[in-house]
Design a binder for this molecule. Structure first.
Ligand code: ADP
Length: 523
């Protein structure tokens, strides 16, 4: 009989002799441990029990009338203190078993218990092994599926990258080319065998003449900047965009660092987009602007000169109406001249003809200069202007005339788009290597959707107050170009009807100076 832990019963498992065969023939028997029969009692107590005459034994429960049991001996099967079953013998004679038999049967029982336990452990182990094997098999299958899926995805990505019209190159952390698509080969004019696995530096030496030298040096500079400065990447300043001139082609290139594993080295993905057509159209637009500006300047200057002379009365006196007409002519001529100036400015910025003359500058001087020149018209409009500058402002590194131009544009706008009685504040502050200048007004403000387009050419908000004052919509786009040429940023924060704050940054002199010296070093 073996213990069934779950039901707390001892269960007949095997038997021989008459009693055993009979019980087996009747489908075995289950006895509640500690409650039913001699066997139940032995299983419960863990002690042997010798009964010489079962008819005198209250714990005896006859199993079947066919068994003529007179005496019975049962010993526990134990592993340590744990009872795992009962070994039981029965006889149809009274006093069939002696105390010696108890000892023999218990010895036998101990052996049996060990054998049973071993068999059980073995089976368990086999089962465990089977489930383990099953698990391993399943896991392998899952992995295989995942790998297949990954390969499908990778193939898809590869097909997409191969197929797109933009050039794509991937560099590893050592600036070695690990992938290049046909479009990139074509743009860079490079055959694949030279490229793959090659260090970009060797490539330039070896492919001299094939590869555009200046362009490849640019790529290299960008790569080393990206690969070299992990902190910068982690600070979230990753993308570098630049323009490359590759023979006849103009290519916009963007470089993005990508970490393929967490904390692993950065690969750099470079995307080249052919913008030859756009660049050509841009060039034609600038050319047209510069030509128009050039051709318009002489006649406009002449018209301005003559209308000024007429107004001064050089050609005789005028009545009120004639004076009024002449004033209108003069105001409009001034406006056209201003536009002409802005046109040529734009084309000089675009063709790169405008070179900055960098010097150490005191920003408070520049602000004063702008304030002095604009004060009369600001006061005439009854606008209150304040300048708030902290003491000990460091010097900035920039082009005096151009910074004055940016400041003038921002303060003029603040004045133009702020109704009479409003306020304008000019502020400056600095943090480490950048100076920030703010021009705040309490004017008409700018709608959120307009704020994004503000710095593009010819944009003017669709607002009655804007239409009322003269303007070309070029000022802010020029200011943006100038600020960016200084390595700074320009932006606006504004609320419609409440006012606007335009801010821009400039490099602080010592830092900016170092940076531009570095850029001039031979590469
Ligand atoms: P312009 O002033 O000649 O129109 P800008 O490029 O200087 O051109 O400005 C573009 C547009 O931005 C303006 O037409 C106006 O709609 C808006 N804007 C600029 N500055 C301000 C300001 N301080 N307050 C409200 N709107 C402004």
């Amino acid at each position: 009989f073996l213990v069934d832990e779950l039901s707390q019963e001892v269960v007949f498992r095997a038997g021989s002799g008459e009693a055993g065969r009979l019980i087996a023939a009747q489908g075995g028997v289950r006895l509640k441990i500690g409650e039913q029969g001699i066997i139940g009692w032995v299983a419960g107590s863990g002690l042997p029990l010798l009964v010489n005459d079962v008819s005198q034994e209250p714990r005896y429960v006859p199993h079947t009338a066919l068994l003529a049991t007179q005496s019975e001996l049962a010993v526990p099967l134990k592993i340590g203190q744990r009872v795992i079953g009962v070994l039981d013998v029965q006889s149809d004679e009274l006093n069939a078993f002696s105390l010696d038999d108890v000892a023999i049967l218990q010895t036998l029982g101990d052996q049996v218990a060990v054998a049973i336990e071993n068999a059980r452990l073995f089976t368990e182990l086999e089962e465990h092994k089977a489930t383990l094997e099953e698990r391993v098999r399943k896991r392998t299958e899952e992995l295989a599926t995942a790998l297949r899926q990954q390969k499908i995805e990778a193939d898809k990505t590869k097909a997409i990258v191969e197929g797109i019209a933009d050039g794509v190159m991937v560099f590893d952390a050592h600036q070695k080319v690990i992938m290049i698509n046909p479009a990139a080969e074509q743009m860079l004019n490079l055959p694949v065998p030279i490229m793959l696995g090659q260090d970009m530096r060797d490539l330039i030496t070896r492919a001299d003449g094939v590869l555009d030298r200046e362009a490849s040096l640019r790529i290299l500079t960008v790569l080393s900047a990206l690969v070299g400065s992990r902190e910068r990447l982690e600070a979230g300043e990753p993308l570098i965009q630049t323009r490359l001139q590759l023979g006849e082609k103009t290519v916009a290139a963007s470089f993005t660092p990508v970490a393929l594993t967490d904390g692993g080295p950065f690969n750099v993905v470079a995307v080249f987009h052919d913008i030859t057509k756009e660049a050509e159209i841009d060039r034609m637009k600038s050319e047209f602007l510069s030509m128009a500006a050039h051709e318009l300047r002489a006649p406009m200057t002449s018209i301005k000169g003559y209308s000024d002379m007429l107004l001064m009365g050089v050609a005789g006196e005028h009545d009120e109406m004639q004076k009024q007409f002449l004033n209108t002519i003069k105001a409009n001529v001034d406006r056209v001249l201003e536009m002409v100036n802005e046109f040529s400015e734009i084309s000089r910025l675009e063709t790169g003809a405008l070179k900055l003359d960098f010097k150490r500058l005191r920003i408070d001087d520049l602000i004063s200069e702008v304030v002095v020149s604009l004060q009369p018209q600001i006061e005439a409009k009854k606008i209150h202007l304040t300048v708030e500058l902290p003491p000990d402002l460091p010097q900035v590194w920039g082009d005096r005339i151009r910074i004055i131009q940016v400041l003038t544009n921002l303060v003029t706008n603040a004045y133009k788009y702020t109704p009479a009685g409003g306020r304008i504040a000019i502020m400056a502050r600095w943090l480490d290597d950048t100076m920030q200048i703010d021009v705040a007004d309490t004017g008409i403000g700018i709608a959120p959707q307009d704020q994004e387009r503000l710095f593009t050419r010819f944009f003017r908000a669709d607002h009655p107050e804007v239409r009322r004052v003269a303007g070309t919509g070029l000022g802010l786009s020029i200011a943006k170009s100038i600020v960016e040429m200084h390595g700074g940023r320009i932006w606006v924060e504004s609320q419609l009807g409440k006012g606007s704050t335009f801010s821009f940054t400039l490099p602080v002199a010592d830092h900016g100076q170092k940076r531009s010296l570095r850029e001039q070093e031979p590469k």
